[in-house]
Design a protein around this ligand. Structure first.
Ligand code: SF4
Length: 421
């Protein structure tokens, strides 16, 4: 039997508690199973267990078989000196601490249906292992699990924001600007956009923020996309301006070949995205601080509704005239930026500054953004789990990626219901 199910049964006290005895026949009373340890060392810390007439406080180690104790070298490892009980599925030998003292062992018994349910889940090949059973789990229960999943997702995103803050002297505006730029790459060009932002500090853009043409010159020049033969007045002037500005600020452009156009719709071409990004910088200042001051959906949407320069209204590339089309950032793109950049940043900021109201506000923003729409969310819908907002969709994406795909059902609250029913 897998150790993970034994851990699960012990942690959730699902074992058969009456007539609990060690392999020596001494009575066992579990007062506290201890705290589950996911790091190195014994599996549970600070358990309280009465064995015979003695009350013990210490650690618990769990293995499939007794002989695993020696196989894992715990008999010669000081970290296991305070183990008070060795829990096993199969007791096939004695186990000892480093000083030679024998450790009591308990063969864990638990209801057969839990083991059967677990085996079924682990061996299931459907889209998610509990596909046939999830409909039986009450929706109110799933809703509270979504909140935990969402918080977990935002906490995971916090670590990359913290790294960026460390790299940028805890400068929130700079870190936000780099992440926002990355988001403007919309997957295909995210890496290139991030490199562009890292090569061009926001302080330099700030010096020219009132002049959209100069912002375009800086951004297009740094992107390397001007390193081609340019064939119209606008792009030639743009390059001239960049030549002047790059010498002034001692800038070196990134490699323009990393931008991808293949299989992209023209609206997603990096040229259009850079023009939109320039327009955003032009129409705003201290963007992140303003979001912290006024984190409401209407205001946030208005910030990102910015219009690129006239040239880009009838161009997707340099020197290729196309039909006139509004190139403002579309609403779906704005929602994507709010979900993937704005909300995680607000959440992280609120967490670090200890402002619970702002943290709650970040989560509430997701409730006001429509659900994302992709194959995973369609899969959930077919199982009866619909997404009313980005709050739901983000939680369900987290569940699929970090639990279902990894068969992490023992850590999943839906899994708990399925296993114990
Ligand atoms: S992780 Fe949870 S939701 Fe996913 S298959 Fe397992 S029990 Fe079901």
């Amino acid at each position: 039997m897998k150790e993970s199910i034994l851990h699960y049964v012990w942690q959730h006290k699902l074992f058969t508690a009456h007539n609990l005895c060690t392999t020596d026949g001494e009575e066992v009373e579990v007062i506290d199973v201890g705290k589950y340890n996911t790091d190195a060392g014994p599996d549970f810390f600070n358990a309280k267990i009465r064995i015979g007439n003695t009350l013990w406080a210490g650690n618990v180690e769990i293995h499939s078989r007794s002989t695993d104790w020696k196989k894992h070298n715990h008999h010669s490892d000081k970290a296991y000196d305070s183990v008070i009980l060795h829990i096993v599925d199969m007791a096939d030998g004695d186990v000892f601490r480093i000083d030679g003292a024998r450790i009591p062992q308990l063969k864990l018994e638990f209801p057969k249906h839990i083991e059967n349910n677990y085996e079924q889940l682990i061996n299931e090949q459907k889209w998610i292992p509990c596909a046939d059973k999830i409909a039986q789990v009450p929706s109110i229960f799933i809703q509270s699990w979504k909140t935990a999943l969402l918080t977990e997702r935002l906490e995971q995103k916090m670590s990359s924001i913290e790294n960026l803050l460390d790299e940028n002297n805890q400068h929130w505006e700079e870190a936000f600007y780099i992440t926002l730029a990355r988001n403007f790459g919309f997957g295909t060009n995210s890496q290139a956009f991030e490199s562009l932002a890292k090569s061009l500090p926001i302080s330099i853009l700030g010096k020219h923020k009132d002049n959209l043409f100069q912002l375009e010159a800086l951004l297009f020049g740094q992107s390397g996309l001007l390193n081609i033969e340019l064939a119209d007045d606008y792009s030639i002037k743009l390059k001239q301006e960049y030549t002047f500005l790059s010498a002034k600020f001692e800038l070196r452009n990134i490699n323009g070949e990393q931008w991808k156009l293949l299989r992209l719709r023209p609206d997603n071409f990096p040229h259009v995205r850079i023009a939109q990004f320039a327009a955003l910088i032009h129409s705003s200042s201290k963007l992140f601080s303003k979001m912290v001051e006024n984190p409401n959906i209407k205001y946030l949407k208005s910030i990102f509704t910015c219009k690129p320069s006239d040239y880009w209204q009838n161009h997707y590339l340099f020197a290729h005239v196309s039909a006139e089309k509004n190139k403002n950032l579309g609403i779906q793109s704005i929602y994507g930026i709010l979900i993937n950049t704005v909300v995680p940043f607000l959440f992280c900021y609120a967490h670090k500054k200890g402002v619970q109201a702002l943290k709650d506000n970040a989560l509430q923003l997701l409730e006001q953004i429509p659900s994302e729409n992709n194959a995973i969310l369609t899969g959930w819908k077919q199982l009866g789990l619909t997404s009313e907002s980005a709050y739901d969709s983000q939680a369900l994406l987290q569940l699929k990626k970090h639990y279902c795909d990894e068969k992490n059902c023992l850590r999943c609250r839906i899994g708990h219901k399925v296993l114990t029913n």
